[in-house]
Ligand binder design. Structure first.
Ligand SMILES: C[S@@+](CC[C@H](N)C(=O)[O-])C[C@H]1O[C@@H](n2cnc3c(N)ncnc32)[C@H](O)[C@@H]1O
Length: 592
């Protein structure tokens, strides 16, 4: 008995033919247990999963997405490197199954299916979709009958009118009437065309993507002997089944089975094939060979950079983010490749990241703003950051922002209560002041940088907290003196001094702030949180000493915490203590 397993030229019946004949060795790279050959791998190294070192580069004839990618690149002004050189082709085997069965089979065969990151093991290939309406029309009858029936409908003829129709006429009509997607457009079948909504969505997403930009992979069935059909129906129909028996899907098999014939496949797959044969007279499953092409967009940032940068150079693997801006801190050795690095960072992190910048100098100025060079993307350094559920507008060209301090700010805020009144001496655009305003009774926020104050005011309004925050634009020392001279002084419970470079040196401003007030008055001695850096062996002791010197007083109860290591051997610290009475009343008439 001849098996009725439905097969393509490259697919394998289960029993009928000798295995070696059934699955001829492919012409391109064989992925087998012992052979993942490319430029650098040796035969003894067997790595599972995709890699730029595995797979083959595509032949000269480019596939469509690559051509599109090239067109896109040509539109760009500067071509920094050729994205096409990252295209890799992998040979795989797949089970072609009816679409309706694919999910059940996927869970049955899970351990034997391809398990590569970001690659679905169920694939569609062009032409595997048969419109259900058209399928109904064709029915389960023999193909020839269906075609005659279809042909009659095309020509508007009645069934059984005895008229013999020319096959040439039919093929010609078919070729003219199929649209680019393979849908029949002719009169009687007009209703079969896709619903408008879906069409629109497709057009929109294509427009957004740019030409082939988001294409990460492509699965193609390797087929032979269908040239005549292809010539007639175009490339869209490459891989279309000879028997039109409904929509199909490819279940991509694990890479280990790429070059195996049916006999060599694991029992679980063979059982599935056998069951299918038993169940229906017309077998619906088939084993096919396919090519999986992974494009530039598939590979991760570090894989691309590793391939592009000279050997021995540390691959930059991280960057800070401020809203849509990716902020690099490139080393000297990276500078000749800065544009290339930036392009990869941008490509791999779009659309979240729109701009890539590099810090070109250490921060020297009073306003703690960074000198940044835009390396890729749009040139706007104005962005919006979300932190603690608040939104902050920031212009990195004119104000300070450090996303790395988010956790520290969160910790600080967690100590505030609704009865607190906060005084933020170096507030910047307001990440502490504005977030605090959500919790506490009142906030007084100050910064010397007029741009920071402008953004601070904007952010107060933006977060609808302008009624709880009073903004000042003055030097920190002057601000401390002014606010504690005013009648606001007695309500202030928390003071934040986040200028680690030299905030401790501003502590002397607290000496004698209550000197003109009666000692037995109604006072609150605020809790002061002051930030600083230390390179000392014992950073806590060192910072405590500096606080003591600035206050000219022994402050006993200081809690010093390490916030983060900002450079090798350099700690950022936070010291919290209650302003000592002796400091607040220093220099009063009674003391003198
Ligand atoms: C390290 S930033 C901290 C900003 C904010 N607290 C944050 O966490 O983003 C220090 C801020 O102090 C401001 N600043 C520098 N010198 C100052 C001074 N003498 N008086 C007041 N503000 C000053 C800078 O403009 C900057 O915005």
């Amino acid at each position: 008995m001849v098996t009725k397993l439905f097969l393509r030229p490259n697919s394998l019946p289960l029993i009928t033919f000798p295995p070696k004949l059934l699955f001829p060795k492919p012409k391109f790279l064989t992925i087998s247990l012992f052979c993942f050959t490319t430029q650098t791998q040796t035969q003894t190294q067997i790595h599972y999963g995709p890699s730029l070192h595995k797979g083959t580069k595509p032949s000269q004839s480019q596939s469509q997405p690559q051509q599109q990618q090239q067109q896109q690149q040509e539109q760009d002004d500067v071509i920094i490197f050729d994205e096409k050189s990252f295209t890799r082709v992998f040979e795989l085997a797949a089970l072609r199954v009816p679409a309706k069965d694919c999910f059940a089979l996927e869970s049955r065969l899970r351990g034997h299916l391809l398990n590569w990151p970001r690659i679905r093991n169920i694939a569609r290939v062009p032409g595997d979709e048969v419109d259900p309406d058209l399928l109904n029309l064709l029915g389960e009858e023999e193909e020839e009958e269906n075609i005659v029936s279809l042909e009659r409908r095309i020509h508007g003829k009645a069934e059984g009118d005895g008229d013999v129709l020319s096959p040439v006429l039919y093929r010609d009509k078919l070729a003219r009437e199929f649209n680019a997607r393979g849908f029949v457009k002719f009169r009687n079948l007009a209703k079969i065309s896709r619903p408008k909504k879906k069409k629109k969505m497709e057009e929109r997403s294509e427009g957004n993507k740019g030409i082939g930009r988001n294409e990460i992979s492509l699965v193609e069935v390797v087929e032979e002997g269908e040239e005549d059909l292809k010539g007639l129906l175009g490339d869209e129909f490459k891989g279309k089944r000879k028997k039109w028996s409904g929509s199909t899907r490819l279940l991509l098999l694990d890479e280990r089975y790429a070059a195996r014939n049916v006999e060599e496949l694991p029992e679980a797959i063979k059982v599935v094939l056998k069951e299918d044969m038993r169940e229906s007279t017309k077998s619906t499953f088939e084993l096919v060979r396919c090519k999986l092409t992974l494009f530039y967009d598939y590979w991760q940032m570090n894989e691309i950079l590793e391939a592009l940068l000279p050997k021995g150079i540390i691959v930059p693997s991280a960057f800070e983010t401020v809203g849509h801006i990716a902020h690099l801190n490139l080393r000297e050795e990276h500078l000749p490749y800065k544009n290339l690095i930036a392009k990869v960072v941008l490509d791999k992190n779009q659309p979240k990241m729109q701009t890539v910048v590099n810090k070109i100098d250490a921060i020297h100025n009073d306003y703690r703003t960074m000198q940044l060079e835009v390396l890729a993307g749009n040139h706007s350094l104005v962005t919006t950051v979300v932190e603690n559920g608040m939104r902050f507008h920031v212009d990195l060209a004119t104000v300070y922002w450090n996303s790395r301090l988010a956790t520290e700010r969160q910790r600080l805020l967690s100590g505030f209560t609704h009865s607190d009144v906060v005084c933020d001496v170096f507030s910047g655009v307001g990440p502490i002041a504005i977030s605090a305003a959500k919790i506490v009774k009142r906030v007084y926020a100050n910064d010397l940088n007029p741009y920071a104050v402008e953004y601070l005011e904007r952010n107060c309004v933006f977060n609808k907290l302008e009624k709880k925050i009073k903004v000042f634009n003055m030097d920190g020392r002057r601000f401390i003196q002014a606010i504690f001279e005013s009648d606001k002084a007695k309500s202030i419970t928390q003071v934040v001094m986040n200028l680690p470079k030299d905030a401790a040196e501003y502590l002397d401003a607290f000496r004698g702030i209550f000197r003109d007030r009666p000692k037995n008055g109604d006072f609150t001695f605020p809790m002061i949180h002051v930030y600083g850096f230390s390179k000392a062996q014992d950073p806590e002791f060192d910072f405590h000493e500096r606080i003591r010197i600035a206050l000219s007083e022994m402050v006993v109860d200081v809690e010093v915490r390490r916030v983060r290591l900002v450079a090798p051997g350099k700690w950022m610290l936070c010291a919290s203590f209650i302003l000592p009475e002796s400091v607040a009343f220093a220099g009063t008439r009674l003391d003198m």
